[in-house]
Design a protein around this ligand. Structure first.
Ligand code: A8S
Length: 181
């Protein structure tokens, strides 16, 4: 299941092919979401790259505690989720952090929620001038479909959270640009 995006520019297609086309096993599902952001890439990346500070833009994080490391590859964080969601905590490991290519990957390795074997990749790139020249963030994930759940329900749950996070990332960085003017 791939979210239909109106943003199929050559660069987005290339990024999807290079970083967001992980193979799915039969009991898994995944998707990718694209968000255009009217703020400079270095600013957008500076928020994304802080694995130890997900509350910098993620909406449903009440608290983040580092269980290992301080934000480098291999670091493990425990996230307390805001109330009202069907989860309390999530334990997550940073698998990749590439400051040159602007790629971050993390996996969920524990918690009391239903996103088992979840792993995600977020990348950012600058769009070509003829397509608007803005910053584009792409986030994709793969996750197990729990027994008794459908692919649609599993993906729409994850997609909703990720879409909120990406919109929040855009809003926060766009406001930072606005205030600096
Ligand atoms: C992210 C993406 C997701 C986070 C989900 C999908 C989660 O933090 C929330 C509710 C859950 O039930 C699962 O990039 C979990 O954070 C908000 C606790 C993992």
């Amino acid at each position: 299941m791939l979210c239909k995006q109106n943003l199929e520019t050559p660069t987005v297609k290339a990024m999807l092919n290079t970083y967001h086309s992980s193979k799915l096993c039969s009991n898994q599902c995944g998707s990718s979401l694209v968000q255009t952001i009217d703020a400079p890439l270095p600013l957008v990346w500076s928020l994304i790259r802080r694995f130890e500070n997900p509350q910098g833009y993620k909406l449903f994080v009440k608290k983040c505690t580092m269980l290992a490391g301080d934000g480098g590859i291999g670091s493990v964080r425990e996230i307390m989720v805001t109330s009202g969601l069907p989860a309390g905590v999530s334990v997550e490991r940073l698998d990749k952090l590439d400051d040159d290519k602007h790629v971050l990957k993390f996996s969920i390795i524990g918690g009391d929620h239903r996103l088992v074997n979840y792993s995600s990749t977020i990348t950012v790139h600058e769009e070509e001038e003829k397509y608007g020249g803005k910053t584009v963030a792409i986030e994709s994930y793969v996750v197990d479909v729990p027994a008794g759940n459908s692919v649609e329900d599993t993906c729409s749950f994850a997609n909703t959270i990720i879409a909120c996070n990406l919109r929040s990332l855009a809003k926060i960085t766009e406001e930072m640009v606005c205030k600096a003017k």
